[in-house]
Design a protein around this ligand. Structure first.
Ligand code: F6P
Length: 359
């Protein structure tokens, strides 16, 4: 292969630059030219791209975000364009494949989560050659035990939970912290267990407000006059619905979750009479310097992607399973997510020391 492309699609996360760096440097050493596509699939549709030489990626290992830009709205098979004030949905896949062919781009490294891998599979249908690299703070991609971005986000969230402990304790309050993660509880479970949250509410375990309140009252009566609750944005009460913050019709995945933290704080205060506050961590979790763990994982993933390209093993996604970096066919991953199994060791350990999951 002489020329490859690379793009970062979906929401940004710490570690993207580490992948861009290793792919660009390894490809250069292997005699390949790398073209960076701007803003994920949007730049691919609009033909915005630039060469990436080793100098362009020097010094970015420790930087959060992505030097290429990202977009979590574009679907290459259903791109929304404004024609004379009217929104028209167009399938841009053939145009994309033709442009890549004209530019001599023989394969594309596509870094993203499950939505991005769906887009990649749609492009493969029209003849683009692809290697996928899994990223997301949500850690919910199918077939890999872990995605980069998760460790940094989990560390940030755990630190935030650690910090609210002091106010919770000083003011004898209930502090509810809402974490990201969409419909998977990995981030909330990891940060919650790591910081010793008293109640952990995740999408995989529908909760009862009464059980949450009982836990808080029990703690108040037994010397602990405060409670820290970690709640995932996709968690919902038994028989209830997730709380939606906004619906963005311009996005390939229109639903944005948010607001369950405030709901829990309001309800638990009503039930217990204990003063409560809610904090929404939001995009703070996606930002900042990647942890060394995420830099290592992103570098290993990116290098494996390069090895797949250079050996012609295409239309695959890099994964890590049981500590080993490997790859699986793209169609196995596209459109599938991975939630927390109910017998996960972190859930068992938390239950074993009296943490409530609101059941
Ligand atoms: O998938 C990553 C993620 O941060 C989710 O945890 C969250 O639900 C979503 O993206 C937020 O998306 P946006 O940046 O469009 O608000």
């Amino acid at each position: 292969m002489k020329r490859i492309g690379i793009l970062t699609a979906g929401g940004d996360c710490p570690g993207l630059n580490a992948v861009i760096r290793v792919v660009a440097k390894a490809a250069h050493q292997g005699g390949m030219e790398v073209i960076g596509i701007e803003d994920g699939y949007l730049g691919l549709v609009e033909g915005r791209m630039r060469p990436l030489r080793p100098d362009d990626v020097s010094g970015i290992l420790t930087h959060g975000g992505t030097i290429l830009g990202a977009c979590n709205k574009t679907n290459p098979a259903a791109h929304r364009v404004n024609v004379n004030g009217e929104v028209v949905v167009k399938d841009m896949r053939d145009d994309i494949v033709a442009r890549c062919r004209d530019m001599g781009i023989e394969a594309m490294v596509i870094i993203g989560g499950d939505g991005t891998m769906c887009g990649a599979a749609l492009l493969v249908e029209r003849g683009l050659k692809v290697v996928g690299v899994p990223k997301t703070i949500d850690n919910d991609l199918w077939a890999t035990d872990v995605t980069f971005g998760y460790d940094t986000a989990m560390t940030t969230a755990a630190e935030a939970l650690d910090k609210v402990h002091t106010t919770a304790s000083s003011h004898h309050r209930i502090m509810v912290v809402e974490l990201m993660g969409r419909y998977a509880g990995w981030l909330t479970l990891g940060a919650g267990v790591a910081s010793g949250a008293d109640v952990i509410l995740i999408p995989e375990i529908p909760f009862r407000m009464e059980a949450v309140a009982e836990k808080c009252v029990y703690r108040s009566k037994h010397g602990r006059r405060f409670t820290v609750i970690a709640v995932g944005e996709g968690a919902a009460p038994l028989g209830g619905k997730v709380v939606i913050d906004r619906v963005d019709e311009t996005s390939a995945e229109p639903i944005r979750l948010g607001g369950i933290g405030r709901f829990v704080a309001t309800e638990v205060e009503k039930l217990t009479g204990i003063e409560s506050r809610s904090i929404l961590l939001g995009h703070v979790q996606r930002g900042g310097v990647p942890t060394p763990h995420d830099r290592l994982l992103a570098t290993s993933f990116g290098h494996h992607a390069y090895e797949l390209l250079s050996t012609g093993w295409l239309d695959r996604v890099v994964v890590q399973r049981n500590g080993v970096i490997d790859s699986v066919p793209l169609e196995e991953v596209a459109g599938r997510t991975r939630t927390v199994p109910l017998d996960h060791p972190q859930i068992r350990a938390a239950l074993g020391i009296g943490t409530s999951f609101g059941q």
